[in-house]
Design a protein around this ligand. Structure first.
Ligand code: GDP
Ligand code: ZN
Length: 343
């Protein structure tokens, strides 16, 4: 409770300009309140599915006038070179990394590292799903390999087709917990989503869910409630999720390298030929694979590039701001001059 006609609700659908929130009496359309939308200075502060928003209901329309603090945020770069973060889902508990073990767009250590970086960066707990296990007898071996990359992260062997691992997956996404699938296209994210929803439709015979799913188009984002009390985010935006990560997340993925780097002679060692570099010593000793070392350096460079672009951008915004201010002063002065001349 927030006040009489002021309530806090969860966003369950987002389209270009409208939102839907779950109220006690069903799902209602909501829009951003004008005065509130003026205060939004970055895409990141726009509400997205999973957000708890402060609303006022003036009977004709529900208006959003604030967002409650997010415990996690899954976002993507607006485009390949963009430095703007676009929120996709808030307050997610599990970022479920899906990779296929079928040999096509299949599992790779590098891809897993990249997706783990995104997952850690969101503030949610990563979970790895190795899907299409029905197509590979050696899926347990791939799981063991994945365990060496995803330290301490739970990994589930799944098949959206024969149902392997689905119950285990459902045991995570239950009781109010929110999950979102990320991963390259073709690995089975939609099929898994449907599988979780189908399970619920069958279990509850819920027409509402079927209706929602039927109306469900390719644009927009949705938060679906499962019968076990869990939630699944389904969003077209998530399909294009791109690396948006920061260095400290890289450190949690390459834990052994970041630990080692504390033993390097120089504090800002780049591990690329400096004397007394502990990372290179381990590399030469064969304790770090060259692939993992390359992947680490590559991601580090990419993140540093993003960081630079972000800084350039903010200084550009500042410059533009200064320029605009200068212009305003000039026009105001010349207007005053004109007024004086006219008098
Ligand atoms: P998305 O792009 O990640 O959403 O992938 P889709 O869910 O569209 O799946 C891509 C293709 O893989 C479809 O033809 C699915 O039927 C198939 N597929 C998905 N999951 C499985 C699985 O567990 N086993 C097999 N054999 N095929 C699967
Ligand atoms: Zn070093």
């Amino acid at each position: 409770m927030y006040s009489q006609n002021k309530m806090v609700y969860r966003v369950v659908e987002k389209h270009a300009n409208t939102y839907k929130v779950q109220t006690h009496s069903g799902v209602k359309v909501a829009r951003l309140k004008g005065s509130y939308s003026y205060t939004i200075n970055s895409k990141e502060s726009l509400p997205c599915v999973g957000d708890w928003v402060e609303t006022i209901d003036d009977e004709s329309i529900m208006l959003i006038e604030g967002i409650q603090d997010r415990k996690s945020l899954v976002s993507r770069r607006a485009s390949v070179n963009a430095t703007v973060q676009q929120p996709i889902a808030a307050n997610v508990d599990y970022v479920i990394i899906v990779l296929g073990v079928d040999g096509g767009r299949n599992y790779s250590d590098r891809l897993l590292e990249r997706l783990l970086t995104i997952a850690w960066n969101s503030g949610a707990t990563p979970l790895v799903v190795l899907n299409k296990s029905d197509l590979n007898d050696a899926s347990e071996l791939i799981k063991m390999q994945a365990e060496t990359v995803a330290f301490g992260v739970d990994i589930i062997n799944c098949s959206a087709i024969d149902g392997t691992g689905i119950d285990t997956l459902l045991s995570y996404v239950s009781d109010g917990k929110v999950g979102v699938f990320i991963g390259p296209s073709g690995v089975g994210k939609s099929t898994l989503t449907n599988r979780l929803l189908d399970y619920e439709v069958q279990a509850t015979n819920s027409l509402r869910m079927k209706d929602m799913r039927g109306r469900h188009t390719t644009s927009g984002s949705y938060l679906f409630e499962l019968k076990n009390g869990g939630f699944i985010v389904d969003s077209s935006g998530i399909k294009e999720v791109q690396a948006w990560a920061f260095e400290e997340d890289l450190d949690s993925v390459f834990e052994e390298i970041s630990c080692l780097s504390q033993e390097c002679k120089y504090r800002n060692c780049q591990h690329q030929g400096e004397p007394g570099c502990a990372v290179q010593e381990e590399l030469e000793a064969g304790n770090i694979t060259p692939e993992r070392y390359d992947s680490y350096l590559h991601l580090k460079q990419e993140l540093a590039f993003l960081d630079r672009k972000k800084n350039e951008k903010s200084s550009h915004v500042q410059r533009q701001h200064d320029k605009d201010f200068g212009k305003l002063v000039k026009t105001t002065l010349s207007r005053k001059k004109l007024v004086r001349q006219a008098m």
